[in-house]
Design a protein around this ligand. Structure first.
Ligand SMILES: NC(=O)c1ccc[n+]([C@@H]2O[C@H](COP(=O)([O-])OP(=O)(O)OC[C@H]3O[C@@H](n4cnc5c(N)ncnc54)[C@H](OP(=O)(O)O)[C@@H]3O)[C@@H](O)[C@H]2O)c1
Length: 218
């Protein structure tokens, strides 16, 4: 049994992740910003905690993460406004990393995206630039931390049914169902071979997707 805190607890991936964790006996704290989402989140078996992570200061974030064994970051501003994107996808994410380190929460799993590399090639004039830049900076901060980190880089997210299979993908293309991303997060939390790795993946294009546990073993 592990005590896992999920930021972005009402997100579409997180709502699929919580039942997987609860079913194997983990205790899940789901951080949500809208109290109206509490009942839906509680129905997954997670314990909802209301906090606006964009505006929560370091002490508030430290209080949230304290007492957990692992952090999962699956929150996101959802694109659009650049300032809010930096505030959530970079700054709030980094606050949770620093808080985890300070509180002795060793394990941290980041839901990034498949194209998160230093030279991501996104045009600075593009509305997508802030997201790509914010995610890369957050990933870099995590990789430079003393945490037992894993950066997951899923391709374009779909609502397809879970296949249970993924293909590691360094091409930066491809897509993957949110249900399979949830299963990847759950397996990552128990697969120590994922620590210290950035794992880009999709459901596989013309390749041979493997069962998730085998793919993550590396
Ligand atoms: N879209 C793609 O194709 C793609 C591809 C690869 C990776 N990703 C990454 O995957 C992540 C998760 O995907 P998803 O589909 O589960 O996203 P999602 O449904 O948009 O979930 C993001 C969650 O973050 C929460 N959030 C935003 N601002 C917040 C704040 N200030 N305080 C607390 N919570 C806040 C949102 O809360 P509300 O429910 O209240 O809005 C939402 O529940 C994304 O954030 C993205 O970085 C996306």
């Amino acid at each position: 049994m592990s005590r896992i805190i999920v930021f972005g607890g009402h997100g579409r991936i997180a709502l699929l992740l919580a039942p997987l964790l609860v079913a194997r006996g983990d205790e899940v704290t789901a951080v949500i910003r809208n109290p109206a989402h509490a009942d839906e989140v509680a129905a997954t078996g997670a314990t909802p905690v209301v906090a606006d992570i964009e505006n929560a200061d370091a002490a508030a974030v430290a209080a949230l993460v304290s007492g957990h064994d692992a952090v999962v970051w699956s929150a996101g501003a959802g694109g659009g406004d650049a300032d809010r994107t930096y505030a959530v996808d970079r700054d709030a994410a980094i606050r949770t990393m620093d808080a985890a380190e300070g509180a002795g929460v060793r394990r941290y799993v980041m839901v990034s995206w498949i194209g998160s590399v230093a030279d991501h090639g996104v045009d600075p004039d593009s509305s997508f630039f802030a997201y790509a830049d914010a995610k890369w900076q957050a990933d870099e901060h995590l990789a430079g931390s003393a945490l037992e980190w894993t950066i997951l880089g899923p391709g374009t997210l779909t609502f397809d049914a879970p296949s249970g299979r993924i293909q590691l993908d360094e091409t930066g293309t491809g897509s993957v169902s949110r249900a399979d991303v949830a299963a990847v997060i759950a397996q990552t939390l128990v697969e120590t071979a994922t620590i210290g790795r950035t794992i880009r993946f999709g459901n596989g294009i013309g390749g041979s997707p493997e069962p998730i546990d085998a793919a993550l073993r590396g």
